[in-house]
Design a protein around this ligand. Structure first.
Ligand SMILES: Nc1ncnc2c1ncn2[C@@H]1O[C@H](COP(=O)(O)OP(=O)(O)O)[C@@H](O)[C@H]1O
Ligand SMILES: [Mg+2]
Length: 359
């Protein structure tokens, strides 16, 4: 899968940009605050319709403007001309000039995996970061997952709104409880299955990049212990006290484990960073396995931060993607490592929101 063209207007500090990209490795060089991360953010946004910086679209619109545009030509099984226009009043997404009304129909048109400083949240952040990791991957690989998640979230929201009342309507609560359980059970089954398949990939990825070969693994820890309806019934008294739904996939955890211990509490900074990267490598491998072609890799500054040994571990994944007809976009302030990459290397200079080809 690759992006052959990118077109941006009023996207962060990028006023106007049009670029064509060949297959291979694209190194985006530039000083600080020139727009390198913004460019990767734009490609990621085209793939997911959200920012990896965890901010809303309003912040992406260039200062003092009202709207941004992001468009591109994605080449997978077919060619897709993607056009996304966003303003506070209106958003419009088309593929080959056909309006996309449902996000679920669109996701998968462009597939990316990003390596960025925010990845640290996968280990150090709240459980929500890890639920989002599972959900994003399931959304990209399992048809119907996003709708399921929406239905669950809607039922949860309505149920919680009722629980906040002083004398809630019990019949109404029951009807949302049924909705919660039927969708929730499917979410749990999907997440359980995903973690089972992903764990060996994480273990392998970790081994490749770790200086010392600790055993990395994951464990899915659903909030539901046994049976969703039984657990929910048992939590009724506490639910009334806290006036909110205390059990369900919205409280799930994904445990990251190093040599049998929780990575977040017991891991060193280096180990935590390694397991975060291993998760992303696993994500890329998993997507490549399912779709038959690797996702586009977006690597933000990460290479420069890694020592030579860890970099060498990440290199096979990057090389695999950059060869064949895949693509890798990598940002850095100084290029001191890309000698390790073979063939198909393209250099770009990023300066004050503009992109210039260097070779
Ligand atoms: N909405 C926005 N409008 C205009 N400029 C922005 C906006 N958001 C961020 N910027 C600017 O973008 C620059 C940072 O770009 P970034 O891609 O993070 O830099 P780097 O090249 O270091 O990765 C900063 O100068 C910042 O002020
Ligand atoms: Mg940056």
């Amino acid at each position: 899968m690759r992006l052959t063209k990118l077109k941006l207007r009023d996207f962060r500090n990028i006023r106007r940009l049009e670029a064509a990209f060949e297959p291979g490795f694209h190194v985006l060089l530039g000083c600080n605050a020139q727009g390198k991360t913004n460019l990767l953010e734009a490609v990621y946004l085209l793939a997911t319709l959200r920012s990896f910086r965890g901010v809303g679209s309003a912040q992406i619109v260039r200062n003092r403007q009202k709207a941004f545009f992001a468009g591109g030509l994605a080449l997978g099984q077919a060619e897709s001309d993607i056009r996304y226009y966003w303003s506070a009043a209106q958003r419009k997404l088309t593929v080959n000039e056909k309006p996309m009304r449902r996000v679920a129909d669109y996701l998968g048109t462009l597939r990316t995996v990003v390596f960025c400083s925010e990845d640290a949240l996968l280990v150090n952040g709240p459980a929500k970061s890890r639920r989002r990791f599972m959900d994003l991957l399931l959304t990209q690989t399992q048809p119907g997952y996003l709708e399921l998640l929406h239905r669950y979230t809607e039922a949860l929201r309505s149920r919680n709104a009722l629980l906040r009342h002083d004398s809630p309507d019990l019949a109404m609560i029951d009807s949302f409880t049924r909705e919660l359980i039927s969708n929730g059970e499917k979410l749990i089954a999907s997440r359980r299955d995903l973690v089972k398949k992903l764990t060996p990939l994480v273990r392998l990825g970790y081994r490749k990049i770790a200086a010392k070969p600790e055993d990395a693994s994951m464990a899915y820890a659903p909030s539901v212990r046994d049976d969703f309806s039984v657990d929910l019934a048992n939590s009724k008294a506490r639910e009334q006290r806290y006036r909110t739904t205390l059990i369900g996939p919205h409280r799930d955890e994904l445990k990251l484990i190093l040599d049998g211990q929780a990575a977040a509490q017991f891991g060193s900074e280096g180990q935590k960073r390694t397991i975060a990267i291993a998760l992303k490598m696993a994500q890329a491998d998993y997507l490549a396995g399912i779709h038959g072609s690797p996702p586009i890799l977006l690597i933000d500054d990460v290479m420069g931060e890694l020592d030579a040994e860890r970099r060498a571990g990440l290199m096979p994944l990057i090389s695999r993607t950059g060869q064949a007809l895949g693509q890798v976009f990598m940002t850095c302030t100084e290029e001191n490592w890309s000698g390790d990459l073979a063939g198909n290397l393209h250099h770009w200079q990023v300066e004050e929101g503009s992109l210039k080809r260097m070779d």
